[in-house]
Design a protein around this ligand. Sequence first.
Ligand code: SIN
Length: 547
Amino acid sequence: MQEKIKQTDFLIIGSGISGLYLSSLLSEFGAVTVVTKDKITESNTYYAQGGIASVMRNVDSFESHIKDTINAGSGLCNIKAVELMVREGPSHIQKLMAMGTSFVRKASGDLDLHKESGHSQRRIVHSTDVTGKEIEESLVNAARKKNITILEHTSAVELLGSHHLENNIENNRTSTSCFGAYIYSRKTWDIIPIRAKATILATGGAGQVYLHSTNPSVATGDGIALAYRLGAKIANMEFYQFHPTTFYNPKNGRSFLLSEALRGEGGIIRNSKAIPFLKDYDPRGELATRDIVARAIDKELKESGAKHAYLDMTHLSKQRLKTKFPNIYNSLLNENIDISKDLVPIVPAAHYMCGGVFTDLWGQTNIAGLYALGETACTGVHGGNRLASNSLLESLVFASQIAKKLKDEVPSHSDKKLKIKAWKKENLSSPQEWIVIRHNLEEIKRIMWNYIGIHRSNHRLKLAQKHIRLLLTEIENYYQRSHVQNKILELRNLSLVASLIIDSALSRKESRGLHYNSDYPINSKQSEEYTFLVNKLESKIDKYEQK
Ligand code: SIN
């Protein structure tokens, strides 16, 4: 095994926008290895529809984008992180275009900008409703042209800490430094350590922890779980964002995302009696932030017992809908729904993890040599609720921050003489009954959906905690006894992420942003406090602007 030990300067785990954009930047000054557990394009990024929020025209301003972000985040954003993201954003959109990404332009040649909820301006750069696919494919092409090692169908099993060094006999499973990762090939079943000067987690979110999600099957929170086990700080996990509009398929329940941009173009949400109701919840109606819209739909469904609400686009012309949303238009037509004539049945579904591995403004975690970015990280830009289309922007800007940092400072623990222990394979068995794994996974998803979805209560959170802790122990025992396989790794990671979400939710003794607990209803005093906090953050931007 020892002769197979590999070494790289930068080990990136994950191949969405975060991992691939960063890989291109880092390849300018070091050897880069990208590890990705499916084919390279399979990521949350690929399925992103809406676009990237950024200030791209004179009538818009950085202050306005910063204020919108802070407002959505319920006073919990890190203002420095938000300012950095917003101000640096436009240059990275330009860079993406230079790398081959194509965004829709108007006849005048200017970028066509969409509007989405929570934004006070049109500022969403897009490639109709397949923006993620366009970005992902252009970044894959760019990476393939560079000298980047891409290991597809390969999963990270554990991050390398000091306890993995040869001659280290400590029992401690956490570490203050990271030296790379044990990597598992799904093709050869080999597990080898890859040593790296810097290891970067870009594994996206964990939508698979919920029964209904907009995320692909690879979104199993691997980066959070890997980092937590090594001793990294994790933050804000209670803030799981539910997208208000996913298509409700009467045949099989939920299915695909219906972009926020539909509401930006005037889409109306109606209840089961076809009556609009969002203005009863927020004066901005359909364009209120996602936490408010998803919660309002959930409440209407619970009170009426209806299975779904409706999205109404019928007041827009067929031509306009087909041009702006070709993918959505055709996907729904395949389901016998013509959005220019028919109401679309919709339900909210788990969409985006606002919390994650806690980092500073340079993507650095509390562990030397370990970095995180994108949906895996908690940089503080999203606070209690992410503003629509800020996610791809965050990935670009923080990839650039990590690249700047690593260009200047190679982590000091990157001694080539360090020897890593080979992966232990003795006394392991292969799973006899895969059905147990499927049942455990289904149980986690159902517990999370039923007890820790959009509306929460202390009682339901405690029930969820009890069940998930039992599953966590059972799955961990199973993992320790079994040969590594991707499904087992994913199940182990998801059970840990579920438990982190529940523990975080229980520790927040208030309702805030995406976390709504009926035992702590928002009263007028709290609303005033939140407004005060948002205003306090906003006043800091104004001062900054005046300097
Ligand atoms: C959407 O198109 O609605 C998704 C965009 C986002 O999650 O920000």
